[in-house]
Write a protein that binds this ligand. Structure first.
Ligand code: NDP
Ligand code: TDO
Length: 282
């Protein structure tokens, strides 16, 4: 397999990619953030010159959605300038950039699955910086941008692990029921990224990828508790009953037809993947 360098290797998705590389692990390089800081242009030049990667997978990002509202400078640096720096290196070395973006580039006011050509309209600093990051990624011609949403796994910080922690500490939880989307098991997304590489595809562009199905944060939390056998009362609430610094889309289900048709993949239903994750966390 071609040489692949992963940026943001210590994060949730980076860890999932590492965990599934198996026999091909020698083709993958998972540098620490200090060696692969996407804001350090000189460091990136050295890394690209040393490894001459055929693929750069960008899992590096500023992902603290609420904190980004007050920390917009850093969010913009990492999510926009960092991506531009990577895209420049990819252009220089003929590297294919696989960049990860988010459903939060959408406003979420239209209740039908969103396609890659639907209008974007971020409603948070995080969402805006991720959209601007997509614009930086397309500056290198060989790019795949994968928009995903509601990522969770046994690695890193995520909603499932937060629910298991809170569920063990409290008798009852109030969870927003009017934000609708689809969870994505980061192991499934990691598999999709490796499929793109294995197929040596040159169908560059934007793709939507989440698990199949539709749910709300409330129903997602209920499923986590049902599957893990956690006894906790879960109360559905409206968004305005759970004030947060950042505004989140009301509806961000993505249409994945393009990814399924282009790469001939089947995508697991969200609850089936959640079962696997809960077993792993067991
Ligand atoms: N989490 C989610 O629910 C969703 C995530 N996404 C997108 O998926 C991608 C992966 O997310 P996820 O794995 O959950 O994110 P994490 O927050 O778990 O990981 C982010 C990674 O980025 C690294 N990083 C931060 N700043 C820099 C920098 N300047 N240079 C290099 N690396 C840096 C972090 O390293 P360190 O810890 O050392 O700082 C960490 O390894 C991101 O693009 C995110 O926007 C999309 C939809 C949903
Ligand atoms: C902890 C908690 C959260 N919530 C709500 C708040 C929010 O609307 C929703 C999810 O909260 P979180 O803060 O865990 O997730 P959040 O950071 O908003 O998740 C987002 O992360 C970024 C990186 C993305 O790109 C998105 O796709 C999405 O996954 O659940 C409750 O209603 N009750 C609770 O007790």
């Amino acid at each position: 397999m071609s040489k692949v360098v992963i940026f943001g290797a210590s994060g949730q998705l980076g860890s999932c990619i590492k965990s599934i590389t198996g026999d091909e692990s020698e083709s993958f390089y998972f540098p620490q953030t200090s060696e692969a800081n996407i804001l350090d242009v000189e460091g990136l030049e050295k890394l690209f010159a040393a490894h001459k990667p055929a693929y750069a997978i960008n899992c590096a990002a500023y992902t603290a959605v609420d904190k980004a509202e007050e920390d917009s400078d850093l969010a913009e640096k990492v999510n926009v300038t960092g991506v531009k720096n990577l895209a420049d290196q990819c252009t220089k070395h003929g590297t294919v950039l696989i960049h990860v973006s988010t459903d939060f580039v959408f406003k979420g006011a239209v209740a039908r699955p969103l396609t890659e050509v639907d209008a974007t309209e971020p409603i948070s600093v995080y969402g805006q910086t991720k959209l601007d990051g997509e614009k930086a990624a397309v500056q290198t011609s060989k790019h795949f941008i994968i928009r995903t949403g509601w990522l969770y796994s046994e690695h890193g910080n995520n909603f499932v692990k937060t629910m298991l922690k809170l569920g063990a500490e409290r008798d009852k939880l109030t969870i927003i029921a009017d934000q609708v989307g689809t969870p994505t098991y980061a192991i499934d997304l990691a598999g999709f990224i490796l499929t793109i590489i294995k197929q040596q595809s040159n169908a560059y562009g934007i793709y939507h990828y989440s698990n199949e199905g539709v749910t709300s944060w409330f129903d997602f939390a209920r499923a986590v508790f049902d599957l893990s056998g956690t006894q906790v009362k879960v109360i559905p609430i409206r968004t305005d009953q759970y004030p947060t610094r950042a505004t989140r889309p009301g509806y961000s289900v993505m249409d994945k037809s393009k990814a399924k048709e282009t790469f001939s993949i089947e995508i697991p239903y969200w609850r089936d993947s959640l079962i696997k994750c809960i077993q792993q966390l067991g």
